[in-house]
Design a protein around this ligand. Structure first.
Ligand code: CQM
Ligand code: MG
Length: 363
């Protein structure tokens, strides 16, 4: 186990000072693109400013033959695209490096950090199994940052894609002051757990609960009668664990991929479940998922109006009041402040949303 004091000093001589708090930068959609795909790469400059995070993916979904081209493509895009990445970029730049047991990951790190380390905000690490994986990345990033003379530490985001990763979730979140957040990797996780869904995220019609059977006059259960079924969320347990582990460590949970690109309705539902449970954002695999994520992960005007009314009604923040027939008190005020604070963070980067929130009246 590392001493808490280690968190206050860099892991390599000359590396930037670790952060004591992870900035709450809006990241409603983390939009994935393959930098080796010329058609996709060509779209990236015009997407800056329309999405909170652009992520150059180097891992799964990039063909083995294209790994070098993807890495080099990401360097080129980062160097040539204005306003992308770093503290002043209007859109953050993230990458997903190859897995720690792959032949590509070391070259990913040793190429990206010297070339574009000042623009890379977050490195997403796939298939994280335990704190030891984060310690490895932490040390090597410090060495590379020191060599490159970077002023700001690159943050680290872990994808939960194995049963062992889920079992070690708390130690992963607390393994380094660089830890920025967690995402769900439902496809690899399903395979590793030997779950029987072949979908990339989303529900499954077989995972359901059924209404009790009606009773006949003699009290017998009529099991063949029509009964409503309710499809359940396969990912509820894992996402709830992620939310707790992240909140405990002051970092941020994200949903992950929704592979049924055509089913924008179910995608919106899955995103909203994650938003309601405490996630701050999700992945977008296709341009049409960005708008869904931005909408779902921004509190509605109605929610912000209600939250502001509670704040106003609660005065000094203590005691209990009635508002619209409902009790509000110190705790419900805190719930409302979560919404108000999120609205302020989003309004600071999204002028359209700011105009909607500014137009809210309280009576
Ligand atoms: C799904 C695919 C194949 C459909 O690609 P398509 O070309 O068939 O789609 P389209 O609707 O025909 O595309 C329309 C236009 O949009 C472009 N386009 C399309 N997608 C994008 C994009 N993302 N960013 C920017 N542009 C994009 C595309 O190039 C095309 O351009 P055009 O009009 O000039 O012809 C494609 O969207 C894609 O490859 N998306 C990214 C997939 C990806 O990154 N997967 C990995 C993350 S999920 C994962 O790894 C799992 C996990 C966590 O590890 C675990 O659960 O275990
Ligand atoms: Mg995966």
């Amino acid at each position: 186990m590392r001493s808490a004091k280690d968190f206050f000093r860099p892991l390599a001589v000359g590396a930037p000072q670790p952060l004591t708090e992870i900035p709450a930068r809006p990241s409603r959609a983390i939009h994935f693109f393959d930098p080796s795909n010329e058609k996709m790469a060509a779209k990236i400059p015009q997407m800056v400013g329309t999405v909170d995070v652009l992520l150059g993916n180097l891992e799964d979904a990039v063909k083995a033959d294209n790994k070098v081209a993807a890495r080099e493509g990401l360097v080129r895009i980062a160097q040539e695209t204005a306003d992308l990445g770093g503290q002043s970029g209007s859109t953050q730049l993230w990458t997903r490096i190859n897995a720690l047991d792959s032949p590509w990951v070391l070259d990913d790190l040793t190429t990206l950090v010297p070339a574009i380390g000042d623009k890379l905000d977050v490195i997403m690490v796939p298939k994280v199994q335990g704190a030891e994986d984060i310690h490895y990345i932490d040390r090597i990033l410090a060495q590379l940052e020191a060599k490159a003379g970077l002023a700001r530490p690159i943050l680290v985001h872990a994808i939960l894609e194995t049963a062992r990763g889920v079992a070690n979730i708390e130690e992963i979140c607390g393994a380094s002051p660089r830890m920025q957040g967690l995402s769900l990797g439902p496809a690899d996780l399903a395979a590793d757990r030997r779950m029987k869904t072949t979908r990339v995220g989303g529900g499954h019609p077989g995972y359901l609960v059924r209404q009790d059977p009606p009773r006949g006059d003699d009290g017998t259960a009529q099991i063949d009668a029509d009964r409503t079924t309710y499809q359940q969320d396969l990912w509820h347990y894992t996402i709830a664990r992620m939310v707790d582990a992240c909140a405990m460590h002051g970092i941020y949970p994200y949903y992950g991929p929704f592979g049924d690109i055509a089913d924008v309705v179910a995608c919106e539902d899955q995103f909203r479940n994650a938003f309601l449970l405490g996630c701050v954002g999700t992945w977008s695999l296709h341009p049409k998922q960005i708008e869904i994520a931005n909408r779902v992960f921004s509190p509605s005007v109605e929610d912000i109006r209600h939250a502001r009314r509670v704040v106003a009604a609660m005065g000094d923040g203590t005691g209990a009041v009635m508002l619209d027939g409902k009790m509000e008190d110190d705790a419900s005020l805190k719930q409302c402040l979560v919404m108000v604070q999120l609205a302020e963070e989003l309004a600071a980067i999204d002028p359209k949303l700011k105009a909607q929130y500014d137009a809210i009246t309280l009576d």
